[in-house]
Write a protein that binds this ligand. Structure first.
Ligand SMILES: *Cc1c(COP(=O)(O)O)cnc(C)c1O
Length: 223
């Protein structure tokens, strides 16, 4: 068995064992940014077909060489508004929507009857350098996205503070989990709390995440 396959199977097993949600499975997005296409093929061979990418051009190059496979592509990187059309056309999920302008442009780029799943990225760590909404902006963006006909509002995404201090991380996840539960009461389409990466995914799912984005723990170091 290849190492990548082993890694994926181990992680899926851990996600099942540690899932704190009664009503949903934890979904795994394999983050393939900075990884060669041969590694994506390895993951596909092990039965995994959900991939996340941060950089549009890199992603499109890979997508072009993988058209024979049925892949669900997630865009998880910062969004420049002039790239919205290509993002909308080439991904089925976007996790990093953080402003009205971007939401509008994604919506306007889509053809009749196509739908794009979106999460709002929240700047939970409150670091100025990070992209994402401030907590007090979430409600108005949610309302806006909910009124756009081609976007389906699926939930929230966050990248927590870069720390190994579990208390700080727990606190951030719980804040987000509470906001998520409130939103869920207002919008029936919301079912996704996207948090947890290679170093923190177990802690994230203990604290309510139901989608994790894992790169290096599956594929090894990035180029
Ligand atoms: C790179 C990246 C990941 C994956 O990070 P790993 O530490 O390699 O698991 C997840 N989410 C986002 C938004 C990223 O940019």
């Amino acid at each position: 068995m290849s190492l990548i396959k082993k890694n994926i199977l181990n992680i899926i097993d851990e996600l099942e064992q540690n899932n704190s949600q009664k009503d949903s499975k934890v979904r795994l997005v394999a983050v393939s940014k900075g990884q060669g296409q041969e590694k994506i093929l390895e993951a596909l061979k092990s039965g995994h077909n959900i991939f996340g990418e941060n950089y549009l051009q890199e992603a499109i190059d890979k997508q072009k060489s993988l058209t024979n496979y049925k892949i669900e592509w997630h865009f998880i990187g910062p969004i420049q508004s002039n790239k919205c059309k290509l993002i909308a056309e080439n991904f089925s999920w976007v996790h990093s929507v953080d402003r009205i302008k971007v939401a509008n442009k994604l919506n306007d780029s889509l053809q009749e009857k196509t739908l794009l799943n979106v999460c709002m990225q929240v700047n939970i760590s409150n670091e100025d350098s990070k992209s994402g909404l401030n907590i007090n902006e979430i409600d108005s963006l949610a309302k806006h996205i909910n009124n756009l006909d081609k976007l389906t509002l699926r939930g929230l995404m966050a990248i927590p503070t870069n720390t190994s201090n579990d208390e700080i991380l727990r606190n951030e996840y719980n804040q987000l989990k509470n906001i998520y539960e409130d939103l869920r009461k207002k919008y029936a389409s919301i079912d996704t709390l996207s948090m947890g990466m290679s170093n923190d995914y177990l802690l994230a799912i203990e604290n309510g995440a139901n989608l994790v984005r894992i790169g290096s723990k599956i594929f090894g170091k990035r180029k």
